[in-house]
Design a protein around this ligand. Structure first.
Ligand code: HSE
Length: 301
């Protein structure tokens, strides 16, 4: 049995739509061993929806590795321990994909490299910004390199910044949050995002937390998606008033991420939770550190 821990991820960080993602120290666990038939069990978030199904993303990912290396797989025993809230915005689907790929690959003696796993993961997920940090860890920029191959650059995440997440009890599917976006955007908005992503990446390299508030502004997706999240802009304002450096929708939401000085974590978390409560939405908040290194092999027996 192989056991893999896969980090939660927060994609976009404001303007980095579909190409920036950050890995976090909160883990879903995937256990896997080949069997004659599929036996899928689950505990934690979404357990009742997932148990007993062999069509899950994690199973598709396991099959993808076997097929890529030309090996037969009649079935498998898979156990999921889901600690990442599945409301949206924390990369829970990406964690299933990466968990399945990493578990199958490890079981087979690691015939595929991490860059090769990324190609399979991106094909299964559709966009690579959650799967890449779950594989490599830290803050990751994804781009299409030579021959359209999906490639990554790890960006240093400034020391001392904590991640605070407000997780509301709202379910917003990534599909719904993508279909609400226009297919074309005004040139001025595209230029705005280009300049802000440049600033965001530069601020991270320079360790300039003071630039994050401006750098994390976005004009491609947040305004539209905010219409799906009651109180979104109030939560953002309250997090800034409480001392956050930079605040954005986490992935496609409804989770909201605030990059925060360590000494302001509780204030920012409580302020975001209260702001959601003010519009009648229950929310919890989490404080997490950044995962470095991506998924972890916990044990192999
Ligand atoms: N970049 C993706 C989006 C992430 O914003 O739709 C989905 O979690």
């Amino acid at each position: 049995m192989v056991k893999i821990l896969v980090p939660a991820t927060s994609a976009n960080l404001g303007p980095g739509f579909d190409f920036l993602g950050l890995a976090l120290e909160l883990y879903n666990i995937v256990e896997f061993a080949p069997e004659q038939e599929w036996v899928v069990t689950a505990e934690g978030y979404a357990a009742t929806r997932l148990a007993g199904r062999s069509d899950l993303l994690v199973c598709q990912a396991i099959r993808a590795v076997y097929s890529q290396v030309g090996r037969e797989l009649p079935g498998a025993r898979v156990h999921l321990r889901n600690n990442i809230p599945d409301v949206g915005g924390l990369g829970s689907s990406a964690s299933a994909i990466v968990g399945g790929l990493a578990a199958a690959n490890t079981y087979l003696g690691s015939p595929l490299s991490k860059p090769e796993l990324l190609q399979l993961a991106a094909a299964l997920e559709g966009h690579p910004d959650n799967v890449a940090p779950a594989i490599f860890g830290g803050l990751v920029a994804v781009y299409r390199g030579e021959g359209e191959r999906i490639s990554t650059l790890q960006i240093p995440f400034p020391e001392g910044i904590k991640v605070v997440l407000a997780v509301p009890e709202l379910k917003v599917s990534t599909a719904a949050a993508r279909s609400i976006l226009p297919k074309t955007v005004p040139l001025a908005d595209a230029v705005f995002n280009l300049s802000h992503t440049g600033l965001l990446v530069g601020a991270c390299f320079a360790g300039r937390a003071d630039l994050l508030r401006v750098a994390m502004e976005d004009r491609l997706h947040q305004e539209k998606r905010a219409t799906l999240i009651p109180g979104f802009w109030t939560v953002v304002d309250r997090a800034y008033q409480a001392g956050a450096y930079g605040v954005a929708l986490s992935g496609s939401g409804p989770t909201i991420i605030a990059l925060t000085p360590a000494e302001k974590v509780s204030l920012v978390g409580a302020a975001m939770q209260e702001a959601f409560a003010g519009v009648g939405v229950q929310a919890k908040w989490l404080s997490l550190s950044v995962n470095t290194g991506g998924y972890i092999l916990a044990s192999e027996t």
